[in-house]
Design a protein around this ligand. Structure first.
Ligand code: EPS
Length: 391
């Protein structure tokens, strides 16, 4: 399964085409829209989210609610387009009074993009570099997620830090996803602990008062993944290399870890590696399993049957209401960076985008192992594999 997106932040629509989709699984726009709504939520987001109600329209690749095995085209209308039609017209000439953005924001794609493409209006860059594009990724990821549900794979996420406020480490159990969906989804910042949520909200309010922005960390957890997904034999097929590339492709992500991650560099081998014991796997089968899950569910580039636990860090939003210094692209004079309407923090939204990226990687690894044509064929191969694992 591959996806491509198109669309500017204030253009008419966001579009995504998902190709190499197996035939015969159920997909509903309600499911896609629920992920789109989850991406829009989160305390500390900017004015744009109160303008938009992202909804995907499925244009192709389905018949009577089931995939045809043909490309799925999805589109999401930008309601804000009505306020930008002149400034973002795809044809014709620029209006005489067009305001151009010549003050690149440190931390955004503005300057390097303007240099790369020889532009002096940063809007030519920022419209596409905007994280608005991630709505289309979430729609594509929902297709992958619907496919994976047939194999018992579920993907969730939660926020572990925003700015200086972090979920106490003792609450983060790595063996499995212990947080209830309700606790995560009911938190205004997707943090499963009420006390931490309250402290994060105060930190966001404080950042807003100071004209600041914030970043943070989140975990993505995939449960129900059978062992042996991915491959040890090829760099490009290693599950963790694919997953890292997919997560780091999300705007503003500056690092990714699996399981214990960087902390494993300061520990003894016996403190890091997960002892193998006979026990009950996630689906009730008696199997060799792990006593702990410090590996984050991936060893040797393959799933090991434990939950896949990925942590990532998102840098603070580059648009500041108390901006940093920059250089005007036309005059080369020092000035303040431009102030776009923006979020104070978008870490909870970013976690949903990371769920989508994780789903796309896992769906591809399942397709690679169990077959690309139809869900029915893949389920036969999958059930044979499960039987073999038990013997
Ligand atoms: C976003 C929409 C954008 C920004 C945000 C992400 O809307 P607008 O630019 O109209 O306010 O809120 O983009 C950024 C933070 C960024 O740095 O590009 C969205 O839909 O997620």
């Amino acid at each position: 399964m591959q996806y491509t997106t198109a669309g500017e932040s204030h253009g008419a629509k966001l579009v995504t085409i998902v190709t190499d989709v197996p035939a015969g699984f159920a997909l509903a726009s309600e499911r896609i829209n629920s992920d789109l709504a989850r991406r829009q939520s989160g305390y500390g987001r900017g004015g744009r989210m109160s303008i938009e109600t992202d909804k995907a329209q499925i244009l192709s690749g389905l018949r009577f609610g089931r995939t045809l095995g043909t490309p799925i085209a999805l589109e999401i209308a930008n309601k804000d387009w009505q306020n930008w039609q002149e400034r973002m017209a795809t044809e014709g000439v620029a209006p005489a009074n067009l305001k151009i953005e010549t003050a690149p924001r440190p931390g955004h794609a503005d300057l390097a993009g303007a240099q790369k493409l020889g532009r002096n209006d940063c809007r030519d860059i920022l419209e596409r570099a905007s994280a608005r594009e991630t709505a289309a990724r979430v729609a594509a990821g929902a297709v992958a997620r619907a496919y994976l549900a047939n194999f018992g794979v579920e993907i969730s996420s939660y926020v572990t830090r925003i700015g200086k406020v972090a979920l106490p480490p003792e609450l983060i159990a790595r063996k499995q996803a212990v947080f209830s969906t309700e606790k995560i989804e009911n938190s205004a910042v997707r943090c499963p602990d009420a006390k931490t949520t309250d402290a994060i909200i105060l930190a966001i309010d404080d950042a807003r008062t100071k004209g600041e922005s914030l970043g943070g960390c989140f975990n993505v957890v995939a449960t129900g993944v059978v062992p042996g997904i991915g491959h040890f034999a090829q760099a490009s097929k290693r599950l963790d290399s694919q997953m890292a590339a997919a997560i780091v492709s999300i705007p503003a992500i500056k690092g990714v870890e699996f399981g214990l991650g960087f902390a494993s560099g300061s520990l003894f081998g016996s403190e890091v590696h997960d002892a193998i014991v006979i026990g009950e796997a996630g689906d009730g089968r008696i199997q060799p399993i792990r006593a702990t899950n410090n590996a984050g569910g991936i060893e040797g580039g393959m799933s090991n049957g434990e939950s896949i636990v990925i942590s990532a860090v998102m840098k603070p939003i580059p648009t500041l209401t108390s901006p940093l210094r920059t250089v005007d692209l036309l005059t080369h004079q020092s000035r303040e960076a431009s102030k776009e309407r923006s979020d104070i923090v978008a870490v909870p939204a970013c976690a949903i985008v990371a769920e989508a990226e994780c789903a796309m990687v896992l769906a591809n690894a399942y397709i690679d192992k169990f077959g690309a044509d139809t869900l029915a064929d893949a389920l036969v191969a999958f059930n044979n594999y499960i039987d073999r694992l038990i013997k």
